[in-house]
Design a protein around this ligand. Sequence first.
Ligand SMILES: *Cc1c(COP(=O)(O)O)cnc(C)c1O
Length: 431
Amino acid sequence: MPNWNRTQLGDQPVLGLSIDYPIALDKSMKTPFDAEIIRKDFPAISLHNLAYFDNAATAHKPQVVIDTIRSFYTTENANVHRAVHHLSQQATFKYEESRKIVADFINAANEREIIFTRGTTEGINLVAFSYGSLLEAGDEILISTMEHHSNIVPWQMLCERKNCVLKVIPINPQGEIIEEKFEELLNEKTRLVAITHISNTLGTINPVKRLVEKAHKTGAKVLIDGAQSAQHLCIDVRDLDCDFFVFSGHKAFGPTGIGVLYAKEAILEKMPPYQTGGEMIESVSFSKTTFNSLPFKFEAGTPHIAGAIGLASALQYISQFDRTQIAEYEKQLLYHAERKLSEIENIRFFGQSKNKASILSFNIKNVHPYDLGVLLDKQGVAVRTGHHCTEPLMDFFGIPGTVRASFAFYNTFEEIEKMEFALKKSLRLLL
Ligand SMILES: *Cc1c(COP(=O)(O)O)cnc(C)c1O
């Protein structure tokens, strides 16, 4: 029996959550999800007596991911796409299988649309450089107030290079995109809308499908920053109809140094290479070089082979569960934290969108977020403090930073109560 049922948790909406869930699960043949059980899959969680609430920065890795990487280096280890020897062929097979697993995970039409990158940041830089080279002076790019620096600076640099214009979609005080303003900003000069799926600071889930539809009406392409959504939502890039989707392995329980750029094949075909060198070429002579086919055109040099294989195992790990059930559980964690913390005097939450992921940002009057972060850590609670790489968003709220607790499916209600207790104790020391 799960420890998170309606009767314990009060009257918040509990979409689709029912106590007899194993019956529902029989239909989808998924592993029953129970936070107490899956915690045991994450060795770093068991090792520390720490409520780890910094999942929006990076998530812990299940043992299967660690074993997969270790096994690759221990028993296989060869370069890909190069040699005839069997180890290389095996590495190539696994690397390309991983690409298929990623393609399935986000429902891409085929694996040529999956480019392995170092992470979200590199994915956005790739698009800004390569798709950006197709833009002309006066073309417009739209981003929003709540973007991560990774989804701001590459566009600023592109606008400087190409004399394009960067425009910002405003948000309301609840931390939601103002859609009427978005529509006003869209016009025939808009070539790209680059927007986060879930705000890493506020938890807002943006209505990206609707935004894509609106952008496409004026002929603009859309890039979705999925750094916070790939691990929390079921992603279907064909249903969203986005042109680009980027995410990082390390936030989705996979290794660091690996990420994914999805793009529609027809767009990738038109884009020039981003980096050049080995692997991305078809033939090289000193007079002319022709480029390799997709996706290799965008993967110059030896890729992060073990990283890609590790990422695929992380995605398979989370796919064994009913993901909507995980999303429900995470929502319950968020509600529980909101309820518990709202008892604290002079607390202010940032991000009050109706549609939210399990990220809770807050400040307490007259207390610096950093001081709270340090005191919480001393009591075994890991949160993030600061601007969370969203300085323009901090300016919007007129604050230097927040305390951010971001939850994953291995967190528990007890851990949230530990945070509440630790927060109250810290405040007695500070105020
Ligand atoms: C973390 C994050 C990024 C950057 O991801 P990296 O893994 O550091 O490249 C970009 N956007 C959002 C919304 C993020 O949360």
